[in-house]
Design a binder for this molecule. Sequence first.
Ligand code: 4AD
Ligand code: MG
Length: 461
Amino acid sequence: MPREKVKQLMTSEPGRDVLVKGWVRTRRGSKQVSFVALNDGSTINNIQVVIDMQAFDEDKLRLITTGACLAVEGELVKSEGRGQKVEIQAKKIEIYGPANPEKYPLQKKGHSMEFLREIAHLRFRTNTFGAVFRIRHAMAYAIHKYFNDRGFYYLHTPIITGSDAEGAGEMFRVTTFDLNDAPRDKNGGVDYSRDFFGKETNLTVSGQLEGEMGALSLGEIYTFGPTFRAENSNTPRHLAEFWMIEPEMAFYDIDDNMDLAEDLTKYLITYALDNCYDDLEFLNNMIDKGLIDRLRFVLDNEYARITYTQAVDVLLKADKQWEFPVGWGKDLQAEHERYLVEQYYKRPVMITDYPMDIKAFYMKQNDDGKTVRALDVLFPFIGEIIGGSQREEEYDKLERRIKELGMPREQLWWFMETRKFGTAPHSGFGLGFERLILFVTGMKNIRDVIPFPRTPRSAEF
Ligand code: 4AD
Ligand code: MG
């Protein structure tokens, strides 16, 4: 008999024999009859297995405890219980793997997120993490669907690079050298010309620079891959390894870029509501009572579109004691971003035209000589979810900026050539995948929306 998944069985008609396989969530009952809630990961819902205690071996029955893995054959029958249409009257039970109840770390009582992080290998077995990771999958699929349906090509940009796209110096080095015995050059420095790639290399902080090469030939591309930042930020919004979606589009200006950012994020939220409702409802009940309303609210409202200068004006007029001072030229901090989104505009906010000095070298310079065509998209409870810009496509301006910042020009020769040969106006942005999942699931800590988080001093599993 072929195995069927719980998700399909829940909506199928009773009156036939079926085979299910899954893990025991709970078991209750009496000497005569046992009720087992079985979950196979296909849905937040468990299927109820009814076991006639007289019909099975006592030795076998003893092994059916929370966490054990079973295969159950039986008749799918109409359920008298509340909240389920069908249940299984067990005829045959095979125990794949028992789970010693004295030792199994997951108990029926609710566990803290911190504790579950310590058992990240088992936390998928909880309702919350099942829901989060089903939604994460759905969002990844929807991202590919969105771009594919609109003629964007998925471009695989490298994970090992020789450049620092963001110029922030927050990179993990890649080397095959023995750190205690690395070859030295004549000045006593490490001689990377003898390293694996013949130069200094690191894990990428962004696929953008290579993505631009793709856009300037293929038109519209996107990347969707892991990125790495060695910033020592122990916050609920930062990971050292996170996934980023980076669309890059020839012939888009900053307004087209904003339109795409708004359309993409709204599409993804709509997709979650249409396809993950059971899981969202569970998270709405258990994690964040405002979740579903908030998702709907974002869909029903246009994002505010303001410049950095306007944002600073709003903040200066606010009747607030800021921890970090506000002033033209200073970067916006989380407290400022959250005020703009949650209290002032009360919807997502897109901010453009930041001071040149606080943004990356590749952003298009405005005629005022002070600002660049940057774009940050801020979301309620998350803050920055997207960072991007229109790109500087003029060779001379870009060259000057690279020099001003003292960046290693020779490493960027290939990037500059696209400005030399057939340059074009273009734009793009990076959507932080885990920040999106935080918003869509209502989870509070970014470590709880990636299967195995990497953060300072933590790379278990
Ligand atoms: O604003 P960022 O640094 O922009 C870039 O990397 C550009 N190259 C993107 C582009 O224009 N193609 O990062 C983009 C987004 C942020 O808005 C945030 O959502 C996420 O990536 N992000 C992080 N997410 C988790 N942990 C971190 N340490 C993150 N740093 C950035
Ligand atoms: Mg940013």
